[in-house]
Ligand binder design. Structure first.
Ligand SMILES: [Zn+2]
Length: 248
């Protein structure tokens, strides 16, 4: 009798986990495959930056992108966007795409569904108020539950995934070498590159002799990808344009 109850509990937990976590994960994987195909078909590279704006790094990035006449996609954190609204305004004025990444960066797998819903709504509201695209959303850590997926769909959000992770938030020495990322772009025929533009606190490893700061890594990677696009004939596009199938 006890065994039977136990088996039912375990089976119930498995079914719950499959629906609650694995279904959104499967949706994400399918979307990523589609995104890879879209990028390859258009020979497109998307530069995407999460968690900003950072008052030190983002203006440097905007200068570099502007000098190269490149438009990128920023998934801003509501709390950082509110504190640096002038930078968000500059980004939208300069043709960059500004989507939402929640207000407080809550991990949907760890916070409750109500808290995740509030974080999502507040982030979208902030982006809309600051003139960004209130319909483009990237989940923090790429994590979603069935509740957050349903919430996004009900709010008419387009989910903006990435296909190539630079792992830039790791310490110097543990990040992916830029050459490695350029090689992946070449092998995939394009892609959506994930990096971050918040002002990351310098760690001991980043400050060691010969190490690179997070900001310098992101700047160098961006410059190299722009160079690759020029030499190898890729188009640097905004994520929403790739997803919409824009031809420009
Ligand atoms: Zn993030």
């Amino acid at each position: 009798m006890i065994m039977e109850v136990l088996v039912r509990v375990v089976l119930g937990a498995c079914v719950f986990a499959a629906v609650w976590f694995l279904f959104p994960f499967a949706v994400r994987r399918l979307s990523e495959i589609r995104l890879c195909r879209l990028c390859r078909a258009r020979r497109a590279i998307v530069l995407s930056y999460d968690d900003g704006p950072g008052p030190a790094l983002t203006p440097r990035l905007l200068d570099l992108l502007g000098a190269s006449n490149v438009a990128a996609t920023f998934f801003v954190l509501g709390r950082n966007a509110e504190a640096n609204s002038d930078i968000v305004s500059r980004a939208t004025r300069e043709r960059h795409e500004v989507g939402s990444h929640t207000f407080g960066h809550g991990n949907a797998w760890k916070v409750g569904p109500l808290r995740a819903a509030r974080d999502l709504a507040r982030g979208i509201g902030t982006v809309r108020r600051l003139g960004g695209d209130g319909r483009l959303f990237r989940p923090p850590y790429g994590k979603m539950t069935l509740a957050t997926l349903a919430d996004c769909l009900l709010r008419g959000q387009r989910l903006g995934w990435w296909t190539i992770d630079s792992k830039d938030t790791r310490d110097s020495g543990a990040r992916r070498p830029a050459e490695d990322i350029l090689a992946e772009i070449r092998s995939r025929g394009g892609g959506v590159v994930l990096a971050h533009d918040f002002d990351k606190a310098q760690t001991q490893a980043d400050a060691a002799p010969g190490a690179t700061s997070h900001a310098d890594y992101v700047m160098d990677l961006t410059e190299r990808i722009i160079g690759l696009a020029e030499t190898d004939g890729y188009r640097l596009m905004r994520l929403g344009d790739v997803m919409r199938g824009a031809r420009e």
